[in-house]
Structures are given as structure tokens and as C-alpha cells.
Design a binder for this molecule. Structure first.
Ligand code: BG6
Ligand code: MG
Length: 216
């Protein structure tokens, strides 16, 4: 039975996946590197420095560590600008009702986000009170698709992995959930979600009933 639900943040709880896209696109344009939505799919769920590496590989210039850090900071400045205007109205449809439903039914709730901005975004959305634990980029060594972040969340909740549901919008995230031996729910485009146990088109479809019907 479902004892815990572990949420990805960017693209699941709120549409910050779009802001990451815009911020990377701005940086890529400043560097004269190609960047489009299809390429961006590869970056979803992937940490800041690893994402930068993938973008820089699109060109043939080499950069020092210092230069890379400054480029990553530049992207993060663009991103921080974009998330400033987030309010509770930016919760994706169905997410607040789901958080409430999980709470009233005694299902534990965790956040597993690769983002160092996770706490800021959760604060702006004003949903911090719903989470029994938040595991962000600062608390793990290996990023998605490694299962570490989901395993740490389950450990902190004291729930066995087979009773956990993970919800993700990215291929790297779905792989991490499956590697952690959890039930994987994908939100969005089927193409990037091959390994998911359940795929919904829209966060609106995420209800405890729907999860329970499909959970195995
Ligand atoms: C993930 C996003 O949640 O966090 C990625 O899906 C992002 O797009 C990663 O690169 C790291 O985020 P941040 O805020 O630490 O740069
Ligand atoms: Mg995501």
C-alpha cells in the first residue's frame, strides 16, 4: 500500500522547468550555442554543473573550471530573477488538493529536488508545511538518474521503498525512481517517460485514488 509520495519539484509541483529552460536558453544565446526545447529535455532533472557541461559540448571551445563556475552562476542569476515572481498561484493544477488529500489520509510527503533553489521555490509557493522532509541538491552526492535522492527521502520518512510512489516529469527522474525500486509516476510527454509505471498528461489527474488504482 502507498505509505509515502515523493515529489520532484521543477515541472511537477510548479512550472519552474520552464524557467530553467528560459535561463539556460539565455546563457546559450549569450555564448552563441544552439539550444532548443528538444535539447532541453536532456537537461530536465539534471544538476546545474552537469547541465552546463551538456550545453558546452554543443560547441568546441574549452573552458576552465573558473569560467564554468562563472557561467553556471550567470545562469543561476537569470533563474533567480525568474523565480522571484512565484506565488502560491503558480502551483500546478491539482497539486494543492493532492497534498491535502495525502495529509488527511496519513500518507507521508517528501520532496526530492536536484535544485539548490528548492527551498526558495517551496517558500514562495507557501507549501513547506506539507512536506515531512525535503531532500535537495545539498544533501546528496549523486544526482538523478542515480537513485540516491529518492532513497534518502524514503530513509528520512522511515518508509520502505516498495511502499513509496515517486512523481517526476523528467527521464532522469523516472530512471532514479525505478532504480530506487519505487513506483514511478510520470507527468507529461510519454516519449521521455518510457520506464514510468503510470503516465498522466496533466498534474490535474494526480489524485490519491488514481495512484491507489495503479499502485503495484
Ligand atoms: C532540477 C531541474 O530540478 O534542478 C534542472 O530539473 C536543474 O533543470 C536542476 O538544472 C538544478 O537546479 P539549480 O536550481 O540548483 O540550478
Ligand atoms: Mg522535474
Amino acid at each position: 500500500f502507498i505509505e509515502a509520495v515523493i515529489f520532484d519539484l521543477d515541472g511537477v509541483i510548479t512550472d519552474t522547468a520552464e524557467y530553467h529552460y528560459l535561463a539556460w536558453k539565455q546563457l546559450a544565446e549569450e555564448l552563441g550555442l544552439p539550444f532548443d526545447r528538444q535539447f532541453n529535455e536532456k537537461l530536465k532533472g539534471v544538476g546545474r554543473m552537469d547541465s552546463l557541461e551538456l550545453i558546452l559540448q554543443q560547441g568546441n571551445k574549452s573552458y576552465t573550471i573558473e569560467e564554468k563556475i562563472s557561467l553556471a552562476n550567470r545562469k543561476n542569476d537569470h533563474y533567480k530573477q525568474l523565480i522571484q515572481k512565484i506565488t502560491p498561484n503558480d502551483l500546478l493544477p491539482g497539486i494543492l488538493p493532492l497534498l491535502k488529500e495525502l495529509k488527511t489520509n496519513g500518507v507521508k510527503i517528501a520532496l526530492a529536488s536536484a535544485s539548490k533553489n528548492a527551498f526558495t521555490v517551496i517558500d514562495k509557493l507557501q507549501v513547506g508545511e506539507y512536506f515531512d522532509t525535503i531532500v535537495d541538491a545539498g544533501k546528496i552526492v549523486k544526482g538523478k538518474p542515480d537513485p540516491e535522492i529518492f532513497m534518502v527521502a524514503a530513509e528520512q520518512l522511515k518508509v520502505p521503498v516498495q511502499n513509496c510512489v515517486g512523481i517526476e516529469d523528467a527521464e532522469a527522474g523516472i530512471r532514479a525512481i525505478k532504480e530506487a525500486n519505487m513506483f514511478a509516476v510520470g507527468v507529461g510527454n510519454e516519449d521521455s517517460m518510457h520506464q514510468a509505471d503510470l503516465i498522466v498528461k496533466d498534474t490535474n489527474e494526480l489524485t490519491l485514488e488514481r495512484l491507489r488504482e495503479n499502485f503495484k
